[in-house]
Write a protein that binds this ligand. Structure first.
Ligand SMILES: Cc1ncc(COP(=O)(O)O)c(C=O)c1O
Length: 297
């Protein structure tokens, strides 16, 4: 398992006690603020355009959310959160933060006493930009204190049904999490651990799946652009974040009228208005149907 992390995150010096198996990233995202000891009154910083479960975890712990558009905005703000969620490549908009920007955020978090939990479940899916892990020495400078990274086999191995993910980083935090999770029945069952061990030992299936996504992405991107859409960010991850160039306010309805289902950007955040999230996770036959329907106009 540790060899896998060294490959995925470029992390050196990662040992077994720095890796905790969890029952899917979602389970951990929803439980992290509570399990990390946050309490009502604590503030959690979450990306403005974000996977909704960060907010669920904050609500379960009775904490307060503050949002940020980019890590640099957060660093330059007056916010002093107890925890910051990073997500690069991002769901929903595929934004990828550079090593410099990520390192800057980590340095700022250290000086503010803020924990950084980086949801890196799309880490293997960098397209125009290469995502970086918080476990990368370029980001943490040799000190993992206060840093955790979340990786998911749902994404890396296209194995969502098995509920397999890991949390790695600061050994003291991992130990604390293990103690708490042991007492609330969240230890991964042995059959799941065996599947996890097999998947992290193999990179070939990840490489093949990446090719599948790259192909779908090229097809969908071309078809959307041909149908009047512009693609924003989306330089990594498993989604295309798209808006109609003519400013049509509800592109999800525009697609629905053509028999194409995409997630509207608006419910995620006001900044999502006018955008849709198109997933690369549908099967090849449905991707071709989308391409054909967009071509029909
Ligand atoms: C950003 C992000 N984090 C976590 C998850 C959950 O992943 P898992 O299937 O491992 O629970 C998702 C799934 O869509 C996601 O987009």
């Amino acid at each position: 398992m540790v060899g896998w992390l060294t490959r995925v995150a470029g992390a050196s010096g990662v040992t077994e006690e720095m890796v905790l198996p969890v029952l899917g990233a979602k389970e951990f995202v929803a439980g992290a603020p509570l399990q990390l000891g946050l309490a009502p009154g604590d503030v959690v910083a979450v990306p403005e355009l974000a996977y909704p479960t960060y907010g669920v975890g904050v609500a379960l712990a009775g904490c307060t959310v503050t949002t940020y558009a980019t890590p640099r905005d957060l660093v330059r703000s007056d916010a002093r959160p107890a925890l910051v969620w990073l997500n690069s490549p991002s769901n929903p908009d595929g934004a990828v933060w550079s090593p410099e920007e990520t390192a800057e955020l980590v340095a700022w978090a250290r000086s503010a006493g803020t924990l950084v939990v980086s949801d890196e479940c799309y880490l293997e899916f960098g397209w125009e930009d290469q995502p970086v892990s918080v476990l990368d020495p370029r980001v943490h400078g040799g000190d993992l204190t206060g840093l955790l990274a979340v990786h998911s086999e749902s994404k890396r191995s296209n194995a969502a049904g098995y509920r397999l993910a890991t949390v790695s980083g600061d050994a003291a935090l991992v130990r604390e999490l293990l103690d708490i999770r042991r007492n609330v029945g969240l230890i991964m069952p042995t059959p799941q651990q065996r599947v996890l061990t097999a998947l992290v030992a193999d990179d070939e299936h990840v490489r093949r799946q990446r090719e599948v996504y790259a192909r779908r992405r090229a097809l969908l991107r071309g078809a959307l652009e041909g149908a009047g859409f512009v693609i924003a960010r989306s330089t990594g991850g498993l989604y295309l974040w798209a808006a109609l160039a003519d400013g049509t306010p509800d592109p999800a309805a525009h697609l629905a009228a053509r028999g194409i289902l995409a997630v509207p950007g608006r419910p995620t955040a006001p900044r999502g208005r006018g955008f849709v999230r198109v997933a690369l996770t549908v099967n090849d036959r449905d991707v071709q149907r989308v391409v054909d329907r967009l071509a029909e106009g």
